[in-house]
Design a protein around this ligand. Structure first.
Ligand code: GDP
Length: 592
């Protein structure tokens, strides 16, 4: 348009709808949509694109317009800060997470500490989502995060470590340090928390605590008796031997650390679990970091807010008030809050709603369902690189598992293939999910959720792939297999032999008959061949026959003279001295 002269700079927000951008650029919206489509971005007039995307598209449109970012307001809920206790702060319970290699006994240990049998209910023997509970030891509370054990839950564990004061790293004394043990040590260090090592399974033959201590020192965890500051508790989760001593150690560390928090400030903390319960709506598990939480309080967490209806322990016992380090279950949220989000008590409903709405619009502006990120756009623009995408929709039972599954899947992206999550959510697989799967040609994965009969029928009618899993790594393996199918097969060429041309007997556009000497390897027919002259590649041909003297030959060896005929797609006028290199080509399927 005429008014868009060379030097125009237009200010836009971080996120902008396609319609508004077209208006600002003074171009017909259809032209903008067309340009987006050319770049593989299907966006309607009301969909938002982010600044970087807009910038790329505007550049491609060559309007002579530069975009600039308009400053936007800060999000309503700031990044979580560790509570700083004041002079009036009171002692609080330690928050303890249990980590370690799969099968080393985390669940059994937590079970032994809690005194309830939760091991049996797990699918595939893996704890599926985080929650927390308190136990009492010598009349003092300890909060345990029921952290999951499999590596696929690394994401949750990382969140878990940030919530914690103490990490118990469980190592089976008969097995020693394993990759996930090292990972757990790394997480604990990164989070700056105290580490207690539980040398588990000491009842087993082959348990060698000394060897374990040696291994620990190799990972810079020097045990106390060797002059370091790492406590090692020798336990058997199975026989419960050593458990009281382990709890003593936790209390000792707590006292040394002087863990305190204020209770006379507006309560705040973190959402550690969220799910929907029939008849109760969204239920969030939260860990209080500071303040006193009561029913009737207004709280805001991300884009969600609540007037607390029921305040309970995570085991379902109603409480009138809850204090720092206490894990609680909260009902009354209007929407499902997100795992890992901070929460905060605010003065009234109006403030709660306003802050939640501010975050919601901010969220919409930065990566909601219909938004197209610049990285995605760049990938689409570079489509010649043949990035293959696997569209999937994930439904999970709780927010924590959903986050973990999504994080694990994102980690699988390579330069060639990537997972594109076109939809995700908590709850059973419903009509909308299947509709989205149909239009986006996505596979639907259900993790610990139901597939109602009506959805099953719809899926089979519309030929939608729906896969249900209860064990996360089986789900991940399935996705991996699907991704592998998108990988281009590897082409392997094997050199067979080489002929140097000594004479040319017939040349047409499609066929050549020549003779020469085998200077390398052996020649066979049929075979593929490359014709070269010096460094120049004259083309690829198909060897159809070989002759030794007047007789047809299947194979001709190095040092022999032979005749050769080959088919070609373009005329090749051979000269004496040209080389014909025979090879085979195989396509080998690959896996991630
Ligand atoms: P997780 O994957 O780390 O949670 O490990 P689990 O708690 O599921 O334990 C893995 C296996 O080790 C189970 O078969 C447990 O019964 C067993 N186990 C756990 N602790 C002990 C222990 O102290 N002694 C013995 N003998 N077996 C144990």
């Amino acid at each position: 348009m005429a008014e868009n002269v060379d030097t125009t700079t237009i200010e836009i927000e971080d996120m902008i709808t396609v319609g508004t951008l077209a208006e600002r650029l003074s171009i017909p919206v259809s032209r903008l949509i067309g340009e987006l489509m050319k770049n593989g971005v299907m966006a309607t007039v009301n969909e938002r694109i982010d600044f970087d995307t807009a910038e790329i598209i505007v550049e491609e449109l060559q309007l002579g317009v530069t975009l600039a970012k308009r400053a936007t307001a800060e999000p309503a809920v700031a990044v979580r800060e560790k509570p700083v206790a004041s002079a009036t702060a009171v002692p609080r319970a330690p928050v303890v997470a249990v980590m370690g290699h799969v099968d080393h006994g985390k669940t059994t240990l937590l079970d032994a500490i809690r005194g309830a049998n939760v091991v049996k209910g797990e699918a595939g023997g893996i704890t599926q989502h985080i929650s927390a509970y308190q136990v009492e030891h010598n009349g003092r509370p300890i909060t345990f995060l029921d952290t999951p054990g499999h590596e696929a839950f690394a994401a949750i564990r990382e969140h878990g470590a940030h919530l914690t004061d103490i990490v118990i790293i469980v190592v089976a004394a008969d097995d020693g340090i394993k990759p996930q043990t090292i990972e757990a040590i790394r997480f604990a260090r990164k989070a700056g928390v105290k580490i207690i090592v539980a040398a588990n399974k000491i009842d087993k033959e082959g348990a060698d605590v000394n060897r374990l201590k040696q291994q620990l020192s190799e990972h810079e965890l020097l045990v106390e008796e060797w002059g370091g500051d790492t406590f090692v508790a020798e336990v058997s989760a199975k026989t419960q031997k050593g458990i009281p001593e382990l709890l003593d150690m936790i209390m000792l560390v707590t006292d040394v650390e002087e863990l305190k928090a204020d209770i006379d400030v507006p309560a705040r903390g973190l959402i550690i679990e969220a799910h929907v319960e029939q008849g109760r709506g969204p239920v969030a598990h939260a860990l209080i970091e500071a303040g006193t939480l009561k029913p009737g309080h207004f709280i805001v967490s991300g884009s969600s807010y609540a007037k607390i209806r029921n305040l309970e322990t995570t085991e379902g016992k109603p409480v009138k008030e809850a204090f720092p380090s206490q894990p609680v279950a909260i009902t009354g949220f209007k929407t499902l809050p997100e795992f890992g989000d901070p929460f905060e008590v605010v003065a009234n409903e109006k403030e709660a709603r306003a802050r939640a709405e501010a975050v919601a619009s901010d969220k919409n502006a930065s990566g909601g369902h219909n938004n197209i990120g610049s990285s995605e756009l760049i990938r689409l623009i570079n489509r010649d690189n043949k990035m293959e995408e696997l569209n999937i929709i994930i439904k999970a039972d709780v927010q924590g598992s959903l986050t973990s599954v999504i994080d694990s899947l994102k980690a699988m992206d390579t330069d060639e293939v990537s997972v594109r999550i076109v939809g995700s959510g908590v709850g059973p697989i419903g009509e909308n999910d299947l509709h989205l799967a149909h239009t986006s040609k996505a596979i639907v994965y259900g993790f610990n959720v139901d597939l109602p009969t009506s959805s099953k029928q719809q899926a089979s009618r519309d030929k939608i792939h729906v896969r249900m899993y209860r064990v996360i790594y089986e789900l991940i393996d399935d996705v991996k297999e699907e991704l592998s199918k998108l990988l281009k097969p590897e082409i392997i060429e094997t050199e067979l032999g080489r002929l140097v041309v000594k004479g040319i007997f017939k040349t047409t556009k499609t066929e050549v008959i020549c003779g020469g000497e085998v200077t390398k390897g052996k020649l066979v027919a049929p075979a593929l061949a490359r014709v070269t002259r010096g460094d120049e590649n004259l083309g690829e041909v198909e060897v159809t026959g070989l002759k030794r003297g007047p007789a047809e030959a299947k194979e001709v060896f190095e040092g022999e003279m032979c005749g050769m005929s080959f088919n070609t797609t373009k005329r090749i006028d051979l000269v004496e001295g040209d080389r014909i290199e025979l090879f085979t080509r195989q396509a080998v399927t690959r896996s991630l």
